[in-house]
Design a protein around this ligand. Sequence first.
Ligand code: CUA
Length: 224
Amino acid sequence: MATWSNLNLQNGASPLMEQMIFFHDHTLMILIMITILVMYLMMNLFFNKFINRFLLEGQMIELIWTILPAITLIFIALPSLRLLYLLDELNNPLITLKSIGHQWYWSYEYSDFNNIEFDSYMINNNDSLNKFRLLDVDNRIILPMNNQIRILVTATDVIHSWTIPSLGVKVDANPGRLNQTNFFINRPGIFFGQCSEICGANHSFMPIVIESISMKNFINWIHN
Ligand code: CUA
């Protein structure tokens, strides 16, 4: 989960999020290189006294500074496309979880197991400081780690967004639509998320919590 004054991405807890962090870092490196180059060039332009009175055109330099950015963009576009299609790929999900956005809470359905369903409300924990303030819910999602999991997202009233940063998931929940995404949690733990469509007065108070546990414990939970 995010902690105080963390300006970076949260640690990736799924292979896709790791890939997205790599892509982010890659793009940021290119951005920094361009920024430094442009800053250097501007400094040079500002602090010299050279004037070329006969300058009318410079075909060669214009050719270079048109083609160079185009090539740079390719180095961003190709990994971006790779990631885009990788995110969309669904390979034999073992479990499907349906999450439904309401004003202002989430409800979940495990359609694979005799249709287990429950609501997930934020806990009002002003009194207990050991809980996660504004992030914890009364009924957490339980999912097994090291498994391909499919998420179906929809809503009943307005647009919400089912978002978990550490798993690299962000899917809008639209009334009358069923959106699909998937992830693979590669470690046990608790993963927090929040709604990220401005959905109304209590938009900030419909968090999402996933408890990632072993398959054995998950089956135990399902039995109960
Ligand atoms: Cu639901 Cu914002």
